[in-house]
Ligand binder design. Sequence first.
Ligand code: PLP
Length: 390
Amino acid sequence: MTAIARDFVSLVRQVVPGERATLHEPVFGGNEKKYLLECIDSGYVSSVGQFVTRFEKDLATYVGAEYAVAVSNGTVGLQLALVASGVQPGQEVLVPALSFVATANAVSHTGAIAHFVDVDPETWGLDPVALRIHLQSIGRLDSGKLLNKNTGREIVAVVPMHTLGHPVDMAGILEVSAEFGLIVVEDAAESLGSFIGDVHTGLFGTVGMLSFNGNKTMTTGGGGALVTNDENLARKLKHLSTTARVPHRWSFDHDDIGFNFRMPNTNAALGVAQLEQLPGFVTKQRALFSRYEQVFSHVDFGVVKEERQGTRSNYWLQALLLDPHHASDRDVILDSAHDAGIALRPLWNPLNELSPYLAHPSAPTPVTQDLCARVICLPSSASLMDVAFS
Ligand SMILES: *Cc1c(COP(=O)(O)O)cnc(C)c1O
């Protein structure tokens, strides 16, 4: 163990005094059991039931969207959002090279091709300036279509992602998207409870995806939702997610090749209970940032990631950015922390360096590579605010 690794672990220990610390764990402190029992007692545990409708309504209210459509997880939700927005097999979709692999996989599952772009060193999300420069260099407008000069394929959409809960520069991305005629689908999987001004993330593009996986700010076990203000799109999302069945008392008529992506009633029951506690979870995650900031304020090896002005982050994952000349200490810190029972994590590997995506089109991604080498994610559960700190 190096001196930095020892310091790092003892500083994290001030915030995380327990034996073991996971990265992010769920808190079930409300009506979860009550609502789950209601499901079981009513017999409605599967794809029909009052909690799905209630969850969609409550979620739409919380984020300030006209419509929310619950789905079985965020990855399929993103796939569905892309399909319903008009993305076709063989087209290209721009994706930040810095994201969880699901962002690119969802694009692949539509039959489209993920095309990687770099992120901004401030937001850690898709960089509108780098995006414009890249599209000016490799793009060609041909009768209203944006073609990739290198591949000949049409580029139709962009999927900005709000990294670790910190809102990306949506104004900049919307401007470039309008300029090049791109559909904007937001991967807001990590940013439930994060806002730009007064607007919740996921509501800037055509449609936004939220995830309720077990490690996210709130959970439905597994699950996701799509949020939008577009009534026709919302209807299409619901229809396609439920086998595209034409409503009828007994007939099985389906007017499209639909998906079975709906959220079961039991998961929605968990969701309703979790949503009741969501403002409290976000308050705690935000307060946890202040603890880490205080603890790491005097170190000379890095800084804790803070929300950008004009945005309100849910601080889903707390993160420390090592100074460039301390990047080489990262792995020792991670190893030492794991030895001490603290599950620190790096960021993801750059998506354009993963074997399934090596041959995919990509802009240069120096910022992604740099951040991946220097960021350390810290234990971030809301429940950490329930333990003493001095
Ligand atoms: C969690 C996550 C997803 C996928 O969500 P699931 O519900 O686990 O399928 C997609 N994108 C990002 C950036 C995520 O963090």
